[in-house]
Write a protein that binds this ligand. Structure first.
Ligand code: SAM
Length: 422
């Protein structure tokens, strides 16, 4: 079937939702990831596809929405994620949460110790002595934080490690609470992209790093205790990190997954590494922001700033070439047509990897949006369908799940594509 159905049948599935809906849900909101999936959307698909507990894969695992929803249903999940900080968040929300649920008293004691030290008057004095050499060499002349706030954030992170006393699940949860408040404690804001706050934004905002971190930790402990009360322990299944780059999914996962679901990077979307550079540094995944391009070059070509004009293409569909040629003509910035060719070529490799990982008959669900550049409409969903077909994944269903608008106010869509491995 290759039909476009306008939402009707899908209304009941709560489609067209985003991470905003998941933020308040237990555990999902441990880290505010604006690019995240809607948990209820993912849950509906899992209930439908995996009636008896089997396996699911998310090639772009992000903050772990698919993994957590699967885990709670007793479904084993696998994921790829190129950003090590996001892989850490997903691992914390599923695997660390699962471990501490077994012995919640340990987490409660460490959290109590952490919170009382953060709340003590001596904390601010102690933080004044924190060394900023590593911060200054990571982000020279960047002024991301008021000096008091970065010192307190670093002191909180070090304290998290100390009170965890080598228990890696507890350490992950407490350091995740620090990372979740890094941008909130800074002079920056993340509105899709990470940028400096304007003077007229958040005028009344007061930065109180210890209070921010305490708020997160208290919420995390409450969530864990709720999971214990709900009897999640015993039900929760771990999630497994299959690979960094999903295109390099190891052969051991050939025909391992019953189902795959994802929200891929969007064409000309956000730069996932620049957006999380503070957290990547805070938790030791990078030493300096000069390392970011190495990561970005391994990600799916999403934005014009990370397009290499010389990189070879592994595939191009005729409809992709048609759109790119139109842009060769109309776009003053030649990186745009190059980005389009590169994005679909990269996505072809993703489809090949997912095809390999799926069992015969397995479905792959993707949630994507189209784009418009210099007046040229790029129907990403249709071009992806052609690209996927070349990799052996046939389109079963295409559904418009939300209406959006481009910068010039012309209408765009968000579509759900359902593929099936023959
Ligand atoms: C739209 S987000 C996924 C959000 C996720 N569904 C969630 O709920 O948090 C896309 C993710 O793809 C990751 N990514 C980009 N290129 C990748 C690649 N080649 N392999 C694996 N992950 C990649 C990005 O780091 C980003 O976290």
């Amino acid at each position: 079937m290759n039909t476009e159905q306008d939402s009707k049948a899908k209304q009941a599935l709560n489609l067209g939702k985003t991470f905003r809906d998941s933020k308040k849900l237990a555990v999902h909101g441990w880290y505010p990831y604006v690019e995240g999936f809607s948990a209820s959307y993912v849950g509906t698909w899992l209930d439908r596809e995996l009636t008896s507990s089997k396996t699911v894969y998310d090639p772009f695992g992000g903050s772990g929405t698919v993994q957590l929803e699967a885990s709670r249903r007793g479904i084993k999940s696998f994921y790829s994620e190129i950003n090590p900080f996001m892989a850490f968040v997903a691992d914390t929300k599923v695997n660390a949460a699962r471990i501490v649920t077994g012995k919640p008293g340990k987490l409660e004691r460490a959290a109590k110790n952490f919170v009382s030290t953060l709340n003590a008057s001596t904390f601010a004095k102690h933080a004044q002595r924190v060394d900023l050499t590593a911060y200054n060499s990571a982000f020279p002349k960047r002024d991301f934080f008021a000096e008091r706030d970065i010192r307190q954030l670093l002191a909180a992170r070090d304290l998290a490690v100390e009170v965890a006393e080598g228990n890696s699940a507890i350490e992950a949860i407490l350091t995740c609470a620090c990372a979740a408040n890094a941008v909130k404690s800074s002079n920056m804001t993340r509105r899709a992209d990470l940028r400096r706050r304007r003077p007229d934004e958040y005028k009344l905002r007061v930065v109180d790093v210890p209070a921010f971190v305490v708020g997160s930790v208290e919420r995390m402990v409450m969530d864990v205790l709720q999971m214990v009360r709900d009897g999640d322990l015993g039900k929760m299944v771990e999630t497994k990190y299959a690979s960094e780059d999903c295109r390099l999914l190891p052969q051991t996962y050939s025909e391992a997954f019953d189902f795959a679901i994802t929200s891929p990077p969007y064409l000309n979307g956000t730069n996932y590494f620049r957006n999380t550079k503070i957290e990547l540094w805070l938790l030791g995944f990078i030493k300096t922001e000069r390392e970011l391009p190495t990561f970005t070059s391994q990600a799916i070509a999403g934005g014009i700033n990370n397009i290499s004009l010389s990189k070879a293409l592994s595939f191009t569909a005729s409809s992709v070439e048609e759109a790119a040629r139109e842009l060769d003509e109309h776009a003053p910035d030649k990186r745009i047509p190059k980005m389009i060719r590169q994005y679909f070529s990269d996505m072809y490799e993703v489809f090949q990897a997912v095809y390999r990982g799926l069992k015969p008959g397995g479905r792959f669900v993707l949630d994507v949006g189209d784009s418009k550049f210099y007046g040229v409409h790029v129907p990403t969903d249709k071009l992806l369908a052609e690209t996927a077909a070349a990799a052996g994944l046939a389109l079963e269903e295409r559904t418009v799940i939300a209406r959006r608008y481009s910068r010039d106010r012309s209408p765009l869509i968000q579509a759900e594509l359902v593929f099936r491995k023959a």
